[in-house]
Design a protein around this ligand. Structure first.
Ligand code: NAD
Length: 353
């Protein structure tokens, strides 16, 4: 069953589903009649509809979707109390076997690409070098801060647009990847902050202060800066202070992909463009929704691959907790929050309440 009209804005009209034997129904009917609910944004990741959905679920139902379990643990506890088994797509492990289920990477690729397009469209300059009868135009300089999945895609996109690209990350392991995409790796005289699972680890304020001091000089040269720095489950680190932005060239653009998590620039406002001393700071939210057709296609493939681990050939559900992907992705089960990190956060929340 599919909620009628759900795919329309992404370029998938209802007829495409009915042609393939899908039953279209109201949102309420889908919740009422389905054993497994698949969503893009489950409660916790859906400020508009999440609360309504919570009241529509029933005990024994499975729910799969983004749910921001590390920033919205309360909503997870609510799902547990309603007896829902919730699988958070954010928690799919970054292992080789789980790669085809990694929706965070799918969405990050789109975000990196879209951020560069926003930067190019906002910049009062052209991106590529152009030799014209009216003179030669020099290429724009683009700096990418954070070279994870989104950052690497941003590098590739900016290069395709003809910019001169450089990039920086606290994990020195990414140097090779940055260089293989034709960008320059910025070396700062600061230790690597490589954590577990390929992610950056949180560092102390003295570290971030030193990083900002060293970055300031690099920023002055740039036309477009795309910031993507994130540490899972935490507020994004501030890499560009107000003072640093003030030293940038007038006309320069910062596109802050981390806007939804507090932003990498002190001046960022999520969902808005702030103009400060001639520098534009764009804080886009839900970047993947700018390319909903491919975002849906990639997300659907990721979810189907996860479902294949849970449903056998006869169509019978089997939640095998010995499977590491199922175990790590499962947040609530049999009335309880079963994810240790979410439980820790809930404990901390209760203690500080
Ligand atoms: P992310 O969204 O958590 O963070 C984005 C980037 O910001 C990371 O590269 C991180 O190192 C960087 N960062 C954090 N703090 C910073 C700071 N203060 N200054 C500069 N940069 C900072 O990262 P992600 O895109 O989810 O990717 C994390 C890692 O996981 C990458 O190594 C990626 O290649 C890897 N990965 C592996 C698989 C797999 O093997 N299946 C799949 C996807 C991603």
């Amino acid at each position: 069953m599919v909620e009628s009209g759900a795919g329309l804005d992404a370029g998938f009209p209802d007829e495409e589903y009915s042609k393939r034997g899908v039953r279209l129904a109201s949102r309420a009917a889908v919740f009422e009649q389905s054993g497994v609910i698949v969503q893009a944004r489950g409660p916790g990741a859906n400020p508009e509809r999440g609360a309504d959905d919570l009241s529509s679920v029933r005990s024994g139902q499975l729910m799969i979707g983004f749910g921001e379990p590390l920033t919205a643990p309360r909503e997870c506890a609510d799902l547990a109390s309603r007896g829902v088994s919730f699988f958070a797509m954010e928690l799919v492990p970054r292992t080789t076997r789980a790669q085809a289920m990694d929706a965070l990477s799918s969405m990050a690729s789109i975000a990196g690409y879209e951020a560069v397009l926003i930067g190019a469209a906002t910049l009062p300059k052209l991106m590529p070098m152009m030799m014209t009868a009216a003179g030669t135009i020099t290429p724009a300089k683009v700096l990418i801060l954070g070279a994870g999945v989104a950052g690497l895609q941003a590098i590739a996109t900016a290069r395709r647009l003809g910019a001169v690209v450089s990039a920086y990350d606290v994990r020195s392991a990414v140097r090779e990847q940055i260089e293989s995409l034709g960008a320059k790796f910025i070396v700062l005289d600061i230790e690597s902050a490589e954590g577990t699972g390929g992610y950056a680890k949180a560092m102390d304020e003295a570290y971030y202060k030193r990083q900002r001091e060293l970055l300031a000089a690099v920023l002055k040269e740039q036309d477009v800066v795309i910031t993507t720095a994130a540490v899972p489950g935490r507020k994004a680190p501030i890499l560009i202070t107000k003072e640093m932005a003030e030293q940038m060239q007038p006309g320069a653009v910062i596109v802050d992909i981390a806007a939804e998590r507090g932003g990498n620039c002190e001046l960022t406002q999520a969902g808005e463009t702030v103009v400060h001393n001639g520098v534009q700071i764009v804080g886009p939210v839900n970047l993947a929704s700018r390319a909903p057709y491919h975002a849906s296609q990639m997300y659907a493939t990721n979810v189907v691959n996860l479902l294949k681990l849970m449903v056998n050939k006869e169509g019978v559900l089997n939640i095998d907790l010995n499977d590491d992907i199922i175990r790590e992705t499962l947040v609530t089960h049999e009335g309880k929050v079963v994810n240790a990190r979410v439980n820790e956060l809930l404990g901390a929340g209760v203690a500080s309440a």
